[in-house]
Design a protein around this ligand. Structure first.
Ligand code: EPZ
Length: 420
């Protein structure tokens, strides 16, 4: 397994390019199952999750060319409407084939995603919505089996905003008969982006990105050619890295309009965040101050940025109280940061961070994609060398992280085949 080795003490100066959004590309690739013909997705990041999704579509019988930043998916004969455990265990977002396969082929068999390190990750809202559209669903031997000759539009109210739940139901409703109303939808930019693509395919989706959506089902949809939006979480991670090292960085392509909650907290902490060209410039003119953060569904503060902001707060003056409300176990970065000298106390879903003068390099690892990224960020300023192990977690969501950081001055390298 590879590791990332970083020596702290360098300020980041220069420009970091932002890649396309992983969490937009994944549902859009699954949406190719809704139509025949060849679809093209551009600005796709070169990530493991993209490879996994491409392999799953190939397993189903689609003709896939995965050559990031371009991925094409064509239809070449019958599709096997199945997502076996071997794929879903690698990436729980494989559950996003559920809605399109059921809507298009009338039956589907998808392994239950199961939990992961950050939480149990249930899919009850996905299943409740599909049943409301007329599907009969059985759970057996760890698989979801769903059938319905033709889905029929309905009104569906989610018990809580769920990103992939909203996306699954959007894709199912796009081929259902009649009108579907989705209430209490997730409002993430990636959901809005899926709505744009479904409309390019000939669907009638209104309100994507807001809490109520209306979808007129069609009898058939067309393939698409689309360039995916930039990755707000990758961008936010590099904004925090720039602030952490008190550097001066232009995060090129950063979608500030999708990062308002993060920008507000960074500014309150004393970070200068300004729009420049097609991106965001980040500097720290003075002292970093502790700020309190509570994660929430978009447009609230994103859970996917919680670990990164906590890392910044370990060196901020005073205290910051960080509360995680989305997932039940998303503090796995805390013990590793404490081993690096951070002062963090966890009480349930709240972490109290008291700023310290500096961090010490150490060998660390985390099992959550964003927690791993936050440990690299910590290593950028820690005294000495930090080795972040099991970077396959990192490779799921960050394209060429060590390359992008070394180009702005970080002393960082990938160590191939390091011990796990
Ligand atoms: C998406 O996961 C993202 N993944 C996650 O990003 C992100 O952390 C999460 O949304 C929250 O923003 C993708 O888009 C591929 P949810 P998702 O359904 O859709 C509960 C990353 O780092 N819930 O919005 O799985 C759930 O337990 C990943 O890129 C149910 O109870 O998250 C959680 O508490 C990590 N029942 C809350 O809702 C359901 O049926 C939000 O989960 C569905 C969800």
């Amino acid at each position: 397994m590879d590791a990332i080795r970083v020596r702290g003490g360098r300020s980041l100066v220069g420009t970091i390019p932002v890649s396309g959004a992983k969490n937009a590309a994944l549902p859009i690739l699954c949406a190719t199952l809704l139509s025949d013909g060849e679809s093209t997705l551009r600005n796709v990041p070169a990530l493991r999750d993209i490879e996994t999704t491409s392999a799953l579509l190939g397993f189903m019988g689609r003709r896939v060319s995965c050559a990031p930043p371009v991925v094409t998916v064509g239809s070449s004969g019958p599709v096997r409407p199945e997502a076996p455990y071997e794929f879903v265990k690698q990436m729980r977002a494989s559950v996003l084939v559920l809605g399109p396969l059921l809507a298009r082929y009338g039956k589907v068999r998808v392994s239950l995603p199961g939990g992961c390190q950050i939480g149990t990750r249930p899919v009850d809202q996905h299943l409740k919505g599909l049943e409301a559209l007329g599907a009969s669903i059985q759970l057996s031997h760890g698989y979801i089996q769903a059938e319905c000759a033709r889905l029929k539009g309905a009104e569906i109210v989610f018990d809580m905003p769920t990103v992939t739940g909203t996306e699954n139901l959007m894709m199912a409703a796009a081929l259902a008969k009649g009108r579907t109303t989705l209430v209490n939808c997730a409002e993430e930019p990636e959901v809005e982006e899926l709505g744009r693509v479904l409309n390019k395919m000939g669907a009638r989706v209104e309100g994507a990105g807001t809490h109520v959506m209306h979808i007129e089902g069609r009898d058939a949809l067309d393939p698409f050619d689309h360039a995916v939006i930039p990755d707000r979480i990758e961008a936010g991670t590099y904004m925090v890295a720039a602030a952490m090292t008190r550097g001066d960085v232009l995060v090129d392509g950063a979608p500030l309009e999708h990062l308002e909650a993060l920008a507000a907290k960074l500014r309150k902490a004393g970070v200068e965040v300004s729009r420049e060209g097609g991106g965001v410039r980040v500097r720290v003119p003075g002292e970093l101050r502790g700020v309190d953060v509570t994660t929430a569904p978009h447009p609230g503060f994103p859970t996917d940025m919680q670990a990164q902001l906590m890392t910044l707060m370990t060196l901020a003056a005073g205290r910051s109280v960080i509360t995680e409300t989305i997932f039940e176990n998303r503090f796995m970065h805390v013990p590793e940061l404490v081993r690096m000298g951070a002062n963090i106390e966890v009480h349930g879903n709240t972490a109290v961070v008291t700023g310290v003068a500096g961090l010490e390099g150490a060998s660390v690892m985390a099992t959550d994609l964003r927690a791993s990224a936050s440990l690299v960020v910590a290593g950028l300023v820690a005294n000495g060398e930090t080795e972040v192990r099991r970077v396959y977690h990192l490779d799921r969501g960050y394209e060429r992280m060590e390359e992008k950081l070394s180009r702005v001055g970080a002393d960082i390298a990938r160590v191939r085949g390091a011990e796990g």
